[in-house]
Design a protein around this ligand. Sequence first.
Ligand SMILES: [Cu+2]
Length: 137
Amino acid sequence: MRFFSKLIKPLLALAAAGMVLAQQGCSKEPAAPAPKEEPAAQARKPGEGPRVVTLSVTEKGYEPSPLTLKKDEPVKLVVTRKTDQTCATEIIMKDYGINTPLPLDTPVEIAFTPNKTGTLTYGCAMGQMISGVFMVE
Ligand SMILES: [Cu+2]
């Protein structure tokens, strides 16, 4: 039944593509371009690791928020999504090209260095409807 299989295969491919689209849920925005490596961490003294910042995603959103960060101080975010009840299944930080999926109950490490002072907002893909804030000083 070669004819039959020729007909079915594209249909299966279409169905699979449809499922992938459906699973993306609120992340309708195109993915941010790949992050460019910033040389900001160069001035770091040897032996000094990044500041580790632990975030959770709960029913209330990203916690804790707001948090204060220092300009030019490398940060390692460790983000754990602890709920399936919201659409915040990833963390998006447009200014730094961050667009990282957050698997349930799995700590995800994200490194970045804030390079300007002020309010830095991050959030879910849907226009950051669910969001958190860093105050960079
Ligand atoms: Cu959303």
